[in-house]
Design a protein around this ligand. Sequence first.
Ligand SMILES: Cc1cc2nc3c(=O)[nH]c(=O)nc-3n(C[C@H](O)[C@H](O)[C@H](O)COP(=O)(O)OP(=O)(O)OC[C@H]3O[C@@H](n4cnc5c(N)ncnc54)[C@H](O)[C@@H]3O)c2cc1C
Length: 418
Amino acid sequence: MTVHSPPCPLPLADTALPTEQREVEELLADAHAARRPVYPIGGGLALEFGLPPRAPGLGVRLTGLARVLDYPARDLTITVESGITLAALQQTLAAEGQWLPLEAHQPQAATLGGVLAVNFSGPRRFGYGTARDYVIGITAVDGRGKPFRGGGRVVKNVAGYDFCKLLVGSLGTLGIITQVTLKLRPRPEERALLLCEPADWDQAEKLLEGLVRSAVVPVSIDLLCGSAWTGAEELAPSNAQALLLGVGLEGSRQEVSWLVEELTSAWQAAGVPRFRTLDPAASLRAWELLTGFGCGRQAALVLKLNVRPSRLVSLMAMLRELAPDCSMAARAGSGILLVQFEEFQPSDISKLLIGRIRPAAIAAGGACVVWAAGPGLEATHQAVFGPDPGDRAMMRAVKSQFDPAGILNPGRYIYGVA
Ligand SMILES: Cc1cc2nc3c(=O)[nH]c(=O)nc-3n(C[C@H](O)[C@H](O)[C@H](O)COP(=O)(O)OP(=O)(O)OC[C@H]3O[C@@H](n4cnc5c(N)ncnc54)[C@H](O)[C@@H]3O)c2cc1C
């Protein structure tokens, strides 16, 4: 096992690079006995998500566990180790005309385990769902070094506890994921992204409503605004104040050309002033830009709000008034809104985040969490995750079953705070 110390935002005393699950079990059993914090690491791209941990500990980098274990392509399933990068996984699947409809920014570095632990999703979650829809089997090692499994290797398996759903989104606090069995999809033959600039919020709202009623079934619906988009290649709007609506379409060649025609005529009939269609290659680049919004360490603050889709446009309009300099990307069909601030003063945490934005998200039927905060912003637990919606005691009870000594990613997630 190689030991090295990469630069990263976690307080690592040293880092292990296991290449077998057995080594992960040994590392965790030793750490449990010594009550030593352990920080699982995939590609290391999303490590500032959650609260900054303070206790020095051992980094366990999973990139050495990256094998394809079983790929019965005719069953549309694959079993892989968790440290495989999303790009390597997609390349294997592409050889069989298949894919996993999950996105990550920098897929050549993002690992499957990291994507699942963060439950990261991109613009195409509207058409394809999220990681929980694709994990049908999972193996992990708990905070005592004991391996456990959930699900299986076939699509129909419902026995026992659903550890697949539990581990997705648990931020590496319940166990280190080592193996995953995934349900796959055939690769779409054709892709297109249609872009238009609604004249104002009212027209944006009407176009979104129109999509709900129309026969056009998109894979992504994104509403964008703000200066972050002005230099964004394929997605750049005509001016800094413009709104941009992007609708993604995928399917057979025939289906996509029909969908493009339908949507274009609907937008023409609605009097949309400006629209264009991106070809498949440009669509892929644009989806990458959409997936990467809010990622990277340059913004002062990025918030993630999830609200009822019907309340999204009015919420965006309200935020634009409140903070005219913010940039936004809404996965409009799913009610997810990412808000990026280039500047955010520490005093704005109570004034804007706690005082205005989070209550607005709650009033719109949802919640608001801090996705990423720049180095100058010392956000408290309450500021990052918000008030207890009533489920935290149960979550702490689950945590104590999987990690009784609290060594896995201590201090980063919602546990440990009454
Ligand atoms: C707030 C935020 C910021 C982001 N910033 C960036 C960015 O700057 N650049 C970029 O390209 N993408 C970024 N992303 C998107 C990123 O591509 C995906 O979120 C992807 O999940 C990162 O994969 P990773 O392998 O790098 O995970 P890592 O960052 O290495 O790990 C993410 C989390 O998962 C846990 N973890 C990792 N592997 C395992 C495992 N096998 N078992 C259990 N737990 C595990 C870690 O402990 C950590 O809590 C960001 C996402 C979020 C939510």
